[in-house]
Design a protein around this ligand. Structure first.
Ligand code: 5GP
Length: 199
């Protein structure tokens, strides 16, 4: 039986839209998914762990990685560098693992060119008011950073056209159900299952 390559699921959406919570719950329902840990120059928040949430590096190291072509994609997101290592993608997909990336739209567009077979999912807020409420409610950003994130959200929402799927996170359970449905449907595609079926 031939083992087929893993799927590349790319999730984007404005800061505060609930991507992280959705992704965490998704992993509880579908355990054989792998999270792509990004490299960042952002300082760790309380409770964030090296190698689990991010690989935290300084700007010199990040720029060295750029020069050495180590990134599949990278971008300056809300003032911090963030990027996905090529090795993270290649190693997982080659082993047939389904990899989930939670990255911004600039990075997703770069990946769309390199990995057109990827599945691109955009999570949108039901309204600007709800997005602002959620960002304020999580209390992880100061006022300046919060304004920067809201401004970026306008640009990000304009990039929906590059994505394959859109989920509006109005009701958490419904949004989670839609995300699960996308993952399961993509896994059920005929062309991907044929190598596993002996007729
Ligand atoms: P936070 O600073 O809240 O952890 O993440 C802010 C944003 O950075 C998230 O919306 C996420 O999409 C984006 N991000 C995280 N990792 C990467 C990455 O490796 N590449 C890109 N382009 N964006 C990332």
């Amino acid at each position: 039986m031939q083992k087929y390559k893993g799927h590349l699921f790319v999730i984007s959406g404005p800061s505060g839209v609930g991507k992280g919570t959705l992704r965490e719950k998704l992993f509880q329902y579908i355990p054989d998914l792998y999270y792509s840990v990004s490299v960042t120059t952002r300082k760790p928040r309380k409770n964030e762990e090296e190698g689990k949430d991010y690989f935290f590096v300084d700007e010199d190291k990040f720029k060295k990685y750029i020069k050495e072509d180590k990134f599949a994609e990278w971008a300056l997101v809300h003032g911090d560098y963030k990027g996905t290592l090529l090795t993270t993608i290649n190693q997982n997909l080659k082993q047939g693992k389904d990899l989930v990336l939670e990255i911004d739209v600039q990075g997703a567009i770069q990946l769309k060119n390199k990995f057109p077979e990827g599945i691109f999912i955009f999570i949108a807020p039901p309204s600007w008011e709800k997005l602002e409420d959620r960002l304020r409610g999580r209390k992880t950003e100061g006022e300046d950073d919060l304004k920067k994130r809201l401004k970026n959200a306008h640009y990000e929402l304009k990039q929906i056209k590059y994505y394959d799927y859109l989920i509006i996170n109005n009701h958490f359970e419904k949004a989670l159900e839609e995300l699960r449905a996308i993952i399961i449907s993509e896994r059920c595609r005929i062309k991907e299952q044929l190598p596993n079926v002996s007729l």
